[in-house]
Write a protein of this length. Sequence first.
Length: 576
Amino acid sequence: MTVPNPQVPLIHSQAQLVTADDRQDAPAVTQPTSHHADEPPSQRGTPTGSEPARGHDAPAATEAADQHSGTPAGQRNGGSAGRCGALSRGEPAIGLGAVAGAALTEQPGVHSGAGLAEQPGIHSGARLAEQPGVHSGAGLAEQPGILSGAGLAEQVGRVAEGIAGLPPGPVFRGMRNDLASVLCYLGAWEARRPIALLDPNLSAEALAELTRRFRPAALLGFTHVPDGPPPSRGDPAGGPLASLWGDGLRPHPDLAVLLATSGSTGSPKLVRLSRQAVLANAVSIASALAIGPGEIAPTTLPLYYSYGLSVLNSHLVAGATVVLTENTFMMRSFWRLLDAHRCTSMAAVPYQYQMLRRLRFNGAEHPALTALTQAGGRLAPELVKEFAGQVDRFYVMYGQTEATARIAVLPPERLADKAGSVGRAVPGGRLSIEDGEVVYRGPNVMMGYAETAEDLARGDDLGGVLRTGDLGWLDSDGFLTVTGRLKRIAKVYGVRVNMDDVERLLRDSGPVAVTSGDDRLTVWAEGLDVSACAALARRLAAELRIHWGGFDVRGIDRLPLLATGKVDYRALEAGA
């Protein structure tokens, strides 16, 4: 497959977005309470070390899956689900300055249909709807539930106009699975303004640190606002932004999207993705998964997570439908909307499949559902087999945020003879093994990392070559099997976690060491009894915003050491 044309519209003429009617309801199952139980977490952002409260919102972080347990986004702190503006009443907005009020303010009830202007990134005929069973048609400004064609063009255009009028610098968006967030993303795309899609429930401290490093033009949609003065009010005569972005310094014109890379451990690095990378990966995924205009997918993952964002982008570029919802598998309302909209596919990470097993998922109860996709870590072979038998097509995939999303896909028809493999490179990409490390080449590779605002002005540092940090091998047919990591990065419920960061976090708890298993961290702590281990698991859950089920805290008399005095991690792993 050739490299996609960077001027290809991100939104195909037949694409449709549907904003579901998110409602609070009880979880579908009773959740276990053991501190090391393999239980689905609440979505990252949950300020809890115990069982998620029903009806409490808890979005998750960079590579987490959507498992918060209740409050619709539009009911949080004046949030904006179901509204067309990128900024709604009550949403924190910092650095907007003298932007025209209409451009970024809410416009409740303005949802209309017809032709959408032909512009790169926004193609004609895209549609949004907000109620089950309501499909696109004529403009209905007073009827909530429909946003399509000219109505979508108008709203995206208004948002783009406001974003274009901001001071220089990136836009920071607390990215929820709602209409306002998607319009802000599309508006930034149309305005050619780089946008960082971040966990909306980042702590005020974490957001303040990112703001200090990157000096965004605006902070939109975050639950927790940093204390102190905003980074700027758009005053061209002075202020932090004016001094930083003066003298001709601007974000690189190819820069489109910024995503966090390290999940919950708070690394300041952002992944810089170009417009070409976003479009190339969207087209490649649509091709590899045979996504066409008839496909309908719900948002089962956060849109600030590269896997979740890729579901949105690949469906939009293919002219398919995305149902925007913050409901989760644990909520009966999710399954009602899945059937009401006749969703044809679902994306999930390994722990979500574990949850689906406990929910006794039965594909026959959802006849429209024909495809399931999996990424975000290794899925146990027995679960691959179980869920592949539930639908017509089951895709095992491999990817990294640094490659926009997807790197390899295992076709359903090769599940049996290529068991354990993550498949071949996506169309347009190429895999190789160099000194044991998996190396990927393709147009979807990031421009590079950013640790400060000055890095946003950099061009493409990698030239389409990504050293993944994974160990693996390729068979004679070009199918990749991943065998481990070069560095101490683990995935917990789909969230990438630096184990060294966790150890540093727990320095005040005495000698500790951290190892990884399938979808879980094992924390080895000297001299702790059972109750102290449980307390430490709750602390990690609260501070890292990952459910306590992802931490197996074990007391140990003495940590094993190498002759060098360093922790013998292999000995710990052998005893896990």
